[in-house]
Design a protein around this ligand. Structure first.
Ligand SMILES: [Fe+2]
Length: 325
């Protein structure tokens, strides 16, 4: 029997051996794949979290990630938390910008002659930045930075700030502190770093004779060089108790006379191309006045036929009453 079944036993032994090896290899392969499908997403998650911890930015995980359901739940939970943190940070920044903007307005209101100065500087600066084809993000920095540029004057006494006569060297030195005071107010607030350059450096001159640091040329960021031109223009064209404001042409001539020494020539020329900004503001005002008067006129046009028909009806009633009498 053994001799007869020997070949079959050899074949069967080989078959069991081969199928055993195949099953073992398949099992190893499947377990390697399945462990990889769990381990790799975990490695990705840990790497992402480490990166977030290192940068302080809670970057969200990409949508539609694979991996086990638990890992998807984990990344989704992280994304929700990151979104909530980001939104609350944005809300906080907006609230702070509004608060500081109100402070800037209050600062302008301390002196009737500087009322609206920060708002106008912000508007003129944005107009220049648009003329220079700056990106939308840059415009936003310039808009808020322009609003906040003189924030540091909060720390300077009214007696010095509103002194009508000539300032003593000590008082001049005190006023020259306002860019640094403004920077100190803002620098401790996360999210407002972008405006620091404008607040601190809007009195630097191109030739290095400005303050507080005496920076030269492009050492002063473009944002601050733009706000400087807008600031000087508004200061020159605004009335003061002791002098009338210059005309647009006169102010532009002064800006051009210091273009290249104090002011950035590119910025001055971009501003010159815009024309009289105050006229444009007045034009915008007249546009809204015109639309208001058009609205009133259309109301009158609508009301007149109505009044006429009411009057006609009333007259008819009176006539009928008379006939009846
Ligand atoms: Fe200033």
């Amino acid at each position: 029997m053994d001799a007869a079944s020997a070949p079959l036993q050899i074949v069967l032994r080989k078959l069991f051996l081969v199928s055993g090896f195949i099953a073992l290899a398949a099992m190893l392969g499947i377990s390697a794949l399945s462990s990889r499908s769990i381990a790799q997403p975990l490695v990705d998650v840990v790497t992402h979290l480490r990166l977030s911890a290192a940068t302080g930015e809670l970057a969200e995980f990409p949508e539609g990630r694979g991996g086990a359901q638990e890992i998807r739940d984990l990344t989704q939970g992280f994304n929700n938390a990151a979104k909530a943190v980001r939104e609350s940070r944005e809300r906080l920044t907006r609230a702070y910008v509004q608060f500081v903007g109100s402070l800037a307005q209050a600062l302008d209101a301390r002196d009737a002659y500087t009322a609206g100065h920060s708002r106008r500087v912000s508007e003129y600066s944005c107009a220049i930045a648009k003329a220079m084809n700056l990106a939308e993000d840059d415009l936003e920095i310039i808009r808020v930075g322009g609003l906040l540029h003189d924030l540091g004057k909060i720390g300077i006494s009214d007696l010095v700030l509103q002194k009508p006569g000539r300032l003593t060297p000590e008082e001049t030195e005190l006023i020259r502190q306002h860019p640094v005071i403004g920077k100190r107010i803002l620098e401790n607030v996360q999210g407002l770093e972008a405006y620091l350059g404008i607040v601190e450096l809007h009195h630097e001159n191109l030739n290095g004779t400005g303050y507080p640091h005496g920076l030269k040329g492009e050492e002063t960021p473009l944002y601050a060089r733009i706000v400087k031109v807008a600031d000087a223009y508004d200061a020159m064209t605004s009335d003061r108790p002791y002098r009338r404001g210059k005309s647009h042409a006169e102010a532009l001539a002064v800006l051009r006379s210091v273009s290249g020494s104090e002011m950035d020539p590119q910025v001055v020329e971009a501003f010159a191309l815009l024309g009289d900004q105050r006229k444009q503001a007045a034009f915008a005002g007249s546009q809204s006045l015109r639309s208001l008067s058009e609205a009133v006129q259309s109301e009158i046009d609508r009301a007149v036929p109505l009044a006429a028909s009411v009057t006609t009806a009333a007259l008819e009633v009176v006539a009928r009453e008379r006939e009846a009498l």
